[in-house]
Design a protein around this ligand. Structure first.
Ligand SMILES: C[S@@+](CC[C@H](N)C(=O)[O-])C[C@H]1O[C@@H](n2cnc3c(N)ncnc32)[C@H](O)[C@@H]1O
Length: 229
């Protein structure tokens, strides 16, 4: 049996559609595909990493789980080598901006990819905007806190015309805003404190200050909606 997934990886696993052919980019230890296959949620996956150490680690773990006929291993960069039957890509633990760079580098690999899942803890606005611009909408979002870090796990679904998200939706997540769960409100409280410190710190350039002020007001509005202010 594979290792028990961390809270963050389990939340990602929960968002993988049942029956998907998964490409786990930056797989490192391959815990995610191993767990998903052992649980019966999916049958096949490709585990991808561009470095030798992690590649050998994935290989050893997949062999130990006796899943060589279910998990294809690939030592390659990003999505450059994804198999044509992959329909769901997870890019986790590699940073949101790198995840976007890797997707944008190979748009020709995306037509058959119905779902993309990312787990950024920063640059959330850019990630939501850049992945949507590739022809996807935000279908589901989950927030988890691990090692004192809030991760927004976002599942994008291919769509004909990507929605135009508001500033607030790009910053904080359309689904997270709708659900207003306690963990989301905790996160907004933390963001509001950070933004407040910026506003009260050394003078910011005019445009930056205006943007930070908008984010502060947005946090206050959300906290009021959630009954925390
Ligand atoms: C911190 S681990 C994340 C492991 C796992 N995905 C998780 O979320 O726990 C990041 C992995 O991404 C790999 N990586 C970084 N850049 C990559 C790239 N351009 N293509 C493929 N893998 C990459 C690293 O070698 C490393 O093994």
């Amino acid at each position: 049996m594979g290792k028990k997934l961390s809270k963050r990886l389990q939340a990602i696993a929960d968002l993988v559609p049942a029956g998907a052919f998964l490409a786990d980019v930056g797989s490192d230890h391959a815990y995610l595909p191993i767990s998903l296959i052992e649980s019966g949620k999916i049958s096949y996956a490709q585990a991808i990493d561009n470095k030798m150490g992690p590649f050998l680690r994935m290989k050893a773990n997949v062999a130990e789980a006796r899943l060589e006929s279910h998990i294809v291993l690939s030592r390659s960069d990003g999505i450059s080598d994804i198999r044509p039957d992959v329909n769901c890509i997870v890019l986790a633990g590699i940073g949101g901006l790198l995840a976007c760079d890797l997707l944008e580098a190979h748009p020709e690999k995306l037509p058959s990819v119905s779902h993309i899942i990312v787990d950024p803890h920063r640059d959330l606005r850019s990630v939501r905007a850049r992945v949507s611009a590739l022809g996807y909408e935000i279908e589901d979002e989950k927030m988890v806190r691990e090692d004192k870090i809030y991760y927004s796990i976002i599942r994008f679904k291919k769509c004909a015309v990507p929605p135009r998200y508001s500033d607030e939706q790009l910053n904080f997540g359309p689904i997270l805003i709708q659900r207003m769960e306690p963990i989301f409100l905790d996160f907004i409280e933390e963001q509001r404190k950070k933004v407040n410190a910026l506003l009260n710190g050394p003078a910011l350039p005019k445009e930056r200050r205006a943007y930070v002020l908008r984010v502060y007001r947005s946090c206050s509005k959300l906290l009021k909606q959630g009954g925390r202010l």
